[in-house]
Structures are given as C-alpha cells and as structure tokens.
Ligand binder design. Structure first.
Ligand SMILES: [Zn+2]
Ligand SMILES: [Zn+2]
Ligand SMILES: [Zn+2]
Length: 466
C-alpha cells in the first residue's frame, strides 16, 4: 500500500498538450518532473538518463484538480469509536477513489478536526493515496444555527464536533485561536438566519459583530475566512469586511440587476457556487436550489466576480466524480471551459494560499492529470483520465480505453461540442479560426450514425491557412 510514496526518479511526459492552469495552453511540449517538482517544459525533446518516458501525443495535461468545498462523511457517526472506524477504513477508501478522479487537493469545511488530523497524519505517512486535505475543522455558528440545528439536530456527537457555537465576540476570538493551534488551515463560519429547507427549521444567525470579530481575528493570525451564506443581505453584510470566500452565495433569490454584484466584484471575495449540492437540496418553495444557484452564478461570472470550484460533496457518501459534475454544471451555467478549469486549479490554489501547485510551470509541485481528450473542447473530457501524478509520482494509471475507433464514432447526441465560446481574460485561446466542421455519416455496427468531429479534430481546422 505504500508503493505510491516511492517516487519515480524522473518522469517525462512527451509531446503533450498542456493547460497550464493560468488559462494559457502549450502545444507539443515535453514536461520533465523530478523529485516531486516540475523542472522544465520545453518544445525540444527532453531525454534525461534513467527517466521514465510517457508518450502523450494527442493527450492533454492539466494541473491536479482542487475541490475547495468538501465534507468528510461523519454524518452517521454517533461516537468516538465509530469515528475511529470511519477514519480507519471508509474514508481512506473514498479519498483514494477521489485521486483516481484527478483530485489532488481538497479543503474540508466543517468537519471534526481531531479525526481529520488523524487522517492527515496517515496520508503524510503514505498509508493510502489521498488528495492533500486542508481543513477548517468545525464551523463557527450561532447557538441554534446551521449545522447544529439542521444536520446535527438529532446527533449529539456530531453536534459537538462539527460546529462551535458562539454568542459573544471574546468567545469568537478564543475559538479562532484554538482552531489555529489545533491545526485548522482556515476559519469557516455560517451566516444564515431565517427558515431553512423544506422543514422550515428556524435558524439563528451569528451576531454581525461576532462575524466581523471572527474575520478580524483570523486575518490577524494569518488564516483565510470563508462564510456559508444563502441570502443577499448576508453577503452584503460581509463583503466590505475582507471575507475571502462566500460559500454557496445567494441561492434563495435572484441577483440579476442588484448592486451586490458590483460591490462583490470590487471586494474581491471569491464565490464557491457548490452547484452539486444545490442540485440535491430542496429550498423552501419545494423546488431545488439549483435553478437560482445557476442563474446567480451566470450573473456573478458576467459581473467579473472570481469563481472557484467547490462541490460541497460529502466524501464517502457521494460519488467520487462529483467535481467533474460540478465543472460540467459551471460550463452549462455559462462559464467558458478555460475559466472553469482555472476555477478548479490555479484560482482554487490562490484562494487556498497554495503557491506551490496547480500551475504547470517549473518549480511547482507535480500534481497533474493526463487526459485522453481535451477538456477545453468539451468539459466532460475531464473524466477521460489516463493517469494521475501526485507529488511527482504516477499514483493512478487508468485501464486501457476502448479502441479509438469506437470512441470516435460516438453518436451525435453524446458529442455536444460547442464552437468558439467567448473567453474572458486569457493570455491565449486555443484557436481563433472560424472553421465549422461538417458532420459525417458513418456506420457503427449496422447502425448509421452522424459523427460530428470536434472543431480541433476537423480537417478544415487542421488545414486552415494552407
Ligand atoms: Zn454551507
Ligand atoms: Zn458545506
Ligand atoms: Zn479553429
């Protein structure tokens, strides 16, 4: 089980197409990895002695994915022994599964800190493959607030460990300092009142002075702060006070046309839209939160608010590919593929204060995912994983794919490729020609199917300018 900690001496990914994480791409480069770090990326062939060479022509290399909002599944845990079993068996399996989906860093939000620290120790020792786990530990909230009176309502153990309730500013300062000492990487607090969910649970919201004290104290000791919100007035109340990220954002009502958007952009706080959970949770009207969440993400993005990917998924209880799903939802909400991938790589790392990874450039940690097809063409390709490199070592190599012929001949309804989406703020775009590939009629078995080549595959694009 410790095999993945034995580092490949040196690794060359040969002739690969690279999405750097910053929003530009490189074509036909060799990427050299040694002792955990990216050392060089070059258009000339690299051939260091003893290096393991992986031929990657036609494949796309992206930085390891970051999910900035997850929970580890402690929902059903009712005592310390059960918690121990959870961190010993179920969670390692679930985390390992996550790395196979290209996720190399996660940020746990509102989890019991001692069990998370136990897991992190085992990850460091190399007991199992796992994304690196950053953690907020328990969430700070009001007595009678979320999640104390919602998720943990009937579970005293959970109530005690996933939240710290506060009713005065001095207690807030002390709680922030205690979490810092105990190893928290950030502070998360819940800022939501009113009625919650279809059960109409009445939530108590943190006093505004306490919320501001939390932000001030955390920043004083160098920890970033994230706030869980649902309502516009609550976001408004935090923006001018240096909050680093808003989790979920505004999902109870629509934001289009409000002043909040401009204030938000100027404040620079990131939005973590957590569409995956919004797609599961019913709001007060009985419908799902996703419709409002999607619309508000679209106008936040248009307004220039920085968006970072986070699923709010419960690791161990939800599918390990939820981040792929989140990225697909972000693109369908109106974000372009470039910005969506940045949101799960370089921009996510910026929010987490991790300057050592998430960009494919010399000196960065070699957390990377090699894909068989290009997610910039079609975001769903993020699931087309060939191998996953973490800390310079190949930790997962997917089984051989179906023959190329069968994959090319996908029926038209599964190859929903859009052409030339508008991009914002990119140093380079993959292509600026206006070629539109013609669909071709092929046969698949006895079945005639309409095959639509992707723009980048089309002969017209490859021959452009000739
Ligand atoms: Zn939340
Ligand atoms: Zn959450
Ligand atoms: Zn083109």
């Amino acid at each position: 089980m410790k095999a993945h900690r034995v580092r490949d001496h040196a690794l060359v990914l040969r002739n690969v197409h690279v999405f750097t994480g910053r929003g530009n791409t490189l074509d036909g480069v060799d990427v050299l990895v040694r002792e955990g770090l990216i050392r060089e990326s070059s258009r000339t062939r690299l051939d260091p002695r003893g290096a393991r060479v992986i031929e990657a022509a036609g494949k796309t290399l992206v930085p390891g994915l970051i999910d900035t909002h997850v929970h580890l599944d402690f929902l059903s845990v009712r005592n310390g022994i059960h918690g121990w079993f959870q961190t010993r068996f179920a969670l390692p399996r679930a985390l390992e599964e996550l790395t196979r989906n290209g996720v190399t860093t996660v940020r746990s939000m509102a989890d019991p800190l001692a069990p998370v620290n136990r897991l992190r120790k085992r990850v460091l020792r190399g007991s199992f493959a796992s994304p690196e786990i950053l953690s907020a530990g328990p969430a700070l909230t009001a007595p009678g607030g979320h999640p104390t009176s919602t998720l943990a309502k009937d579970n005293p153990w959970l109530r005690k460990h996933i939240a710290v309730t506060l009713d005065d500013p001095e207690a807030a300062r002390a709680a922030v300092r205690r979490l810092h000492t105990a190893g928290a990487d950030l502070i998360k607090f819940v800022y939501q009142g009113g009625l919650y969910g279809p059960d109409r649970i009445r939530l108590r919201k943190l006093d505004h002075t306490i919320a501001l004290t939390i932000i001030e104290e955390a920043h004083r000791i160098g920890l970033p702060v994230s706030a869980h919100t649902h309502c516009q007035e609550d976001v408004d109340a935090l923006l001018s006070n240096g909050i680093d990220s808003i989790e979920h954002g505004v999902i109870e009502h629509e934001l289009r046309g409000t002043e909040t958007l401009q204030t938000w952009r100027l404040a620079g706080a990131r939005l973590v839209p957590t569409l995956s959970i919004a797609a599961l949770f019913p709001g007060p009207s009985g419908g799902l939160y996703i419709d409002t969440a999607r619309k508000n993400l679209a106008c936040a993005y248009e307004a220039g608010i920085s968006v970072v990917a986070g699923t709010d998924s419960m690791i161990g209880a939800m599918p390990p590919n939820t981040l792929h799903d989140e990225l697909r939802r972000m693109v369908h909400a109106g974000m372009c593929e470039f910005d969506t991938l940045r949101a799960a790589t370089a921009d996510a790392a910026d929010l987490l204060g991790l300057r050592d990874r998430a960009v494919i450039e010399p000196g960065r940690r070699a957390d990377m995912v090699l894909l068989r097809s290009d997610p910039l063409e079609r975001i769903e390709n993020i699931a087309d994983i060939d191998l996953v490199v973490q800390d310079g070592t190949v930790i997962y190599h997917a089984p051989d794919p179906a023959p190329a012929q069968a994959r090319l001949l996908q029926p038209i309804w599964t190859s929903g490729h859009r052409l030339h989406r508008p991009h914002r703020d990119h140093r380079s775009v993959p292509c600026d020609c206006a070629v539109r590939p013609k669909p071709l009629l092929r046969t698949w078995g006895a079945q005639p199917v309409l095959f639509r080549p992707t723009h980048w595959d089309s002969a017209a694009h490859r021959n452009r300018g000739r």
